[in-house]
Structures are given as structure tokens and as C-alpha cells.
Ligand binder design. Structure first.
Ligand code: B12
Length: 254
């Protein structure tokens, strides 16, 4: 049978069946310009797909505090290999990226901020640690397959130079199947609006870490809603990624 019929039998889109052929998970023979699939191959794949796939093993973390301490020490001493090991071991043990952010990276950054404010950590040590966190987060970011819930734009308003919370917000949304345009920090309203229109975004997320920009962020979100007719969420220090995911889901459902 041809690939179109095979796709229909398998209950998937033609493009999906075509991708499977290209990847080698569905055997097909190319005859002229078309692919021919053996009906037995369809039966084999249907049988294979009907066997439930067990969820990934997730080992229990006995003490997040211990991992936090190790990560904090690694970040402060500039030991990137150790920091990567702490984070990747947890990831390989099945911990979700959002959980690693919330229970490990965010508390470590807060601790660094407190130590910096008290004069125990220097500016360069803090800069080095932040740069390490950026790379660690990029390394554990996930992009699950599937139809996106919507298109989100993540950034901060001018005056907000803290980029890690926005990065974590983008990671959390991507892990929850949003298509994300991550714009880094400090994007002026007009340019944000142009991109939102061009990409037909359905959600704008403004991260806030520096309390001084909270009002500007709320004002910007208000303009996004009124002028662009697009939902907008603003963060605040201490707000969680779980709050964000929840708010984004509500926005998508409304
Ligand atoms: C690293 C850092 C910097 C770096 C940032 C580098 C980088 N690449 O990002 C640099 C050096 C640039 C910097 C600069 C400054 N910083 Co600074 N910085 C920090 C530090 C140590 C970590 C920042 C961070 O990532 N925190 C974010 C996480 C860890 O916490 P969070 O805010 O709760 O984030 C969560 C939520 O935001 C949520 N989230 C994200 N998006 C969204 C969206 C929605 C809708 C929702 C619901 C949730 C959500 O997810 C995050 C993760 O869980 C903090 C310490 C701290 N306590 O945060 C200080 C801190 C934020 N900085 C501070 C200060 C004072 C400054 C400066 C003014 C210093 C100066 N004199 O120049 C400047 C301001 C720059 C500016 N204009 O923005 C203060 C802020 C105090 C205040 N009242 O706001 C802090 C708290 C340090 C302190 N203890 O005093 N900083």
C-alpha cells in the first residue's frame, strides 16, 4: 500500500509516517516517486505502539539541601565541572527541569545574592556563578514533541537586566509544550509588540527580579492586553515556575 494509506491505517498524519520512514522506524520501499509499505509492517507497528511505554524511572532525592550545598559551593568556587555533575546527575535520575530550577538553581542564586549583599561574595564571583548557571540551564533544557499549547514570548522590560529568571521561565514553558520566543532582557515595548504580531504570539511573559521595574512590567503587560489583545503575565521575585505554568495554562484555556 502507498504511504498515505499506511498513515491512515496507523492513525497518524502523512508527514509523521514519512518521518518514520526517514528515521527507519517504518520500513518502506521506494518505487518511483512513492513509498510502498508492506501491510505486515503496519501490523507490526500497530502491535508495537499498543504496548504501553513505562514512564521514565525517577529516583527519589533524599536531601535536596545536600545537593544545594554542593551546587552553591561549586558555583562560588568556579568549579563548573562539579556544578554540572550535581545538576546532570539529578536530571539523569529523572528529576524534571522545572524541579531542578526551583529546588536547586533558584535557591542557590538567592543564597549568592544574600552573600553578595552581606559582602561575603564579590561582584566577580557572583558574575562567574551567574554565567555558569546560564550554561547549566541551557544544558538541561528540554523540548518535548507534540502540538504546542500556544506561542509565548518571554522577556523583561527595560531596566531589568537579570536574565536567569526569564531563561528559567522559557525553559519551564518549553517543557510544558509551549513554542517560546526567548528575547533575553530589556526589550522596548514597540519592538516587543512588532514581534508579538509577527509571530502571532498568544502569550507574553515578563519576568521581574529587580523590584524597581515591577510597575513598568505591569504597565507593559497592560498595554499588551489592551493594544495587542494578547494575554500577558508578569512575574515577581519569589513567584514560582509552577505559578507561571499554571497562569499560562489558564491563559491558553480562556
Ligand atoms: C545574578 C544577579 C545579578 C546579575 C544578573 C546576571 C544575569 N545574567 O542574570 C547582575 C550583575 C546583572 C545583577 C545586577 C543587579 N542586581 Co542583582 N542579583 C543577582 C542575583 C544574585 C540572582 C538573580 C536571579 O537570577 N534571581 C532570580 C531567582 C533566583 O529568583 P526569583 O526572582 O524568585 O525568580 C523566579 C521567578 O522570577 C520565576 N519567574 C520567572 N519569570 C516569571 C514569570 C511569571 C509570570 C511568574 C509567575 C514567575 C516567573 O522564576 C524564577 C525562578 O524560580 C540576585 C539574588 C536574588 N535573590 O535573586 C540579585 C538581586 C536580584 N540583585 C539585586 C540588585 C540590587 C542588583 C543591582 C541594582 C546591583 C547594582 N547596584 O548594580 C543590579 C540591577 C540591574 C538591573 N537594572 O536589573 C538585588 C535586588 C533587590 C531588589 N530590591 O530588587 C538582589 C535581590 C540581590 C540582593 N540580595 O540585594 N544582579
Amino acid at each position: 500500500m502507498d504511504l498515505k494509506t499506511a498513515a491512515a491505517r496507523l492513525g497518524v498524519h502523512y508527514q509523521t509516517a514519512y518521518r518514520w520512514v526517514r528515521e527507519g522506524s517504518l520500513s518502506a520501499m521506494k518505487i518511483g516517486p512513492t513509498y510502498e509499505v508492506d501491510p505486515y509492517e503496519i501490523e507490526r507497528l500497530l502491535r508495537q505502539r499498543s504496548v504501553p511505554v513505562p514512564p521514565p524511572m525517577r529516583s527519589r532525592v533524599r536531601s535536596w539541601d545536600m545537593h544545594l550545598l554542593r551546587l552553591y559551593d561549586a558555583l562560588i568556587s568556579g568549579d563548573e565541572r562539579m556544578a554540572r555533575q550535581v545538576v546532570e546527575r539529578l536530571r539523569d535520575g529523572g528529576q524534571e527541569t522545572v524541579e531542578i530550577c526551583e529546588r536547586l538553581v533558584t535557591p542557590a542564586l538567592r543564597r549568592i545574592g544574600d552573600a553578595w549583599a552581606e559582602g561575603h561574595v564579590s561582584l566577580v564571583e557572583e558574575h562567574r556563578a551567574s554565567a555558569m548557571c546560564t550554561r547549566l540551564l541551557a544544558g538541561i533544557s528540554v523540548h518535548p514533541r507534540g502540538r504546542p499549547r500556544g506561542v509565548a514570548v518571554v522577556t523583561t522590560v527595560p531596566g531589568e537586566a537579570h536574565e536567569l529568571p526569564g531563561m528559567m521561565a522559557s525553559m519551564a514553558l518549553r517543557a510544558d509544550r509551549w513554542q517560546v520566543h526567548h528575547l533575553g532582557t530589556q526589550v522596548p515595548y514597540d519592538q516587543l509588540a512588532a514581534l508579538v504580531r509577527r509571530e502571532r504570539a498568544t502569550l507574553v511573559v515578563l519576568s521581574v527580579t529587580h523590584t524597581r521595574v515591577q510597575r513598568d512590567a505591569l504597565h507593559c503587560a497592560d498595554r499588551v492586553r489592551r493594544e495587542l489583545g494578547v494575554r500577558a503575565l508578569t512575574g515577581r521575585p519569589g513567584a514560582t515556575l509552577t505559578d507561571l505554568i499554571h497562569g499560562a495554562k489558564q491563559a491558553a484555556a480562556a
